[in-house]
Design a protein around this ligand. Sequence first.
Ligand SMILES: Cc1cc2nc3c(=O)[nH]c(=O)nc-3n(C[C@H](O)[C@H](O)[C@H](O)COP(=O)(O)OP(=O)(O)OC[C@H]3O[C@@H](n4cnc5c(N)ncnc54)[C@H](O)[C@@H]3O)c2cc1C
Length: 459
Amino acid sequence: MPQGNALPNASPSLSYWQRTTRSFAHLHANNTIPVPTSARYVVIGSGIAGALTAFELLEAGVNAEDVVILEAREAAGGASSRNAGHVRPDAFRGFTAYSKVHGAEQALKIIANERLVLQKVDEFITEHAAACDFHRTTTFDVCMTPDFAEYEAASFNAYKNAGGDVSHVKYYTGPEAQAKTNVPGAVAAYEWPAGSSHPAKLAQFLLSSVVSRGVRLFTFCPAIDIMRSSDAGPGLWDVNTARGTVMTEKVIHCTNAHAAFLLPLLDDYITPNRAQAHSLIPTAAFTGTNILQNTFSLRYSLHHFYSLIQRQADGTLILGVSRSNPTLSKETIDGRLSTDDSKYNEEIASDALSSFGGIFPDYGANGAMHGEGLDHAWTGIIAMTADSLPFVGEVEGFPGQFVCAGFNGHGMARIFTCAPGVAKLVLGKQWEETGLPECFQMSKERLGRLSSQAVPSVW
Ligand SMILES: Cc1cc2nc3c(=O)[nH]c(=O)nc-3n(C[C@H](O)[C@H](O)[C@H](O)COP(=O)(O)OP(=O)(O)OC[C@H]3O[C@@H](n4cnc5c(N)ncnc54)[C@H](O)[C@@H]3O)c2cc1C
């Protein structure tokens, strides 16, 4: 069976975010009762994409009782509750790679969309007083090698020369970069607005909001398949689960890395990858008034990097790692092509900790007190797509079925425009009204192009 064609693993590990929100009231909502026999809208997946899609449907006037959310695990049990906490738009770096595949005009729109997402997240959290430890700040892209500094400079210039707005990006080199970032090995650094959040709290806020208005959430209830409804004529779908069948007009697949399980036509285009993150209890150098105010991407190359945020709420450091890393064994790298997030990889954890200690020598891991240092490590499954972009829109040949998935380990910088976009499409609006880059649109033409094209990965 192809990797994408799998349901979420039934016994996942718990992330730092999940371990700190076990009292969420809807965690196990409706986990035993049968699903309703019909509903106008069935959202599959209760991560941030599914929860926000449901939220947007209600905001647009849909009756909450008409919406059912099916979730294979506990509420928001997928990547949304297992990530590295960054809400970090790409400010220019992906431009070169995106241009090669989608052309400069689309590449400009992709980057502009990410900037818009940060604004949307910020506005949403402020407007709804969503308690998710959101920290609006700036982020550093720290170039740890001269080669990567060169790559980054070329991307910056290409983006700027194509008309991209870089007025919000600051650049530092040599000693200034080292002083600004507190990274002695920094060759250069770029700084721009970004944020961090407690992603599980954000997903849970969205779910609480829709459930309190009448949306029915069924946890531990995977959709097993979707068939044309035989009884009631065309235009209706039967969504089958082990707890019954829901007949519906509209299905919205917010299943990210697992989208191909119900939509096999995506099998060659969405590949699940296991990603890992770590929480660290800081040593004294990173506590109290010394806690990091900015977030970081610490980059040795395009595909070898570490992400870092420090939570303002409790000082916990969250350290993420890139998918590839030339210092890791082949077995570890190959092991990432998996949907098994039940455990973490020791080699990745050990590399992450030693690299972190090397990058920030002040951290002083060797002198750590009992209780400081690695707190927890976990994994989650990200959805890599063949052209590094999400699939959003109606699925041709399956009228009434929509998808909003394929976030390439980068959903926090994309979902807050994609989910509102798919909600508009579900309600009959045209693509132009979503405001999304055209290259995000799900179409047979796009899939056809991808099967005949070698596409460089951006992430
Ligand atoms: C370790 C790690 C670090 C990351 N770090 C970052 C970061 O710092 N910044 C960032 O922007 N992004 C990051 N990401 C990616 C980010 O978490 C995702 O892009 C985002 O959460 C995707 O949201 P989603 O709602 O589409 O998917 P998910 O949160 O995965 O939700 C999909 C849901 O669908 C459910 N599901 C799947 N199939 C079925 C089915 N058949 N029936 C019912 N339910 C089903 C799943 O159980 C899951 O809950 C990271 C991811 C991981 C794993």
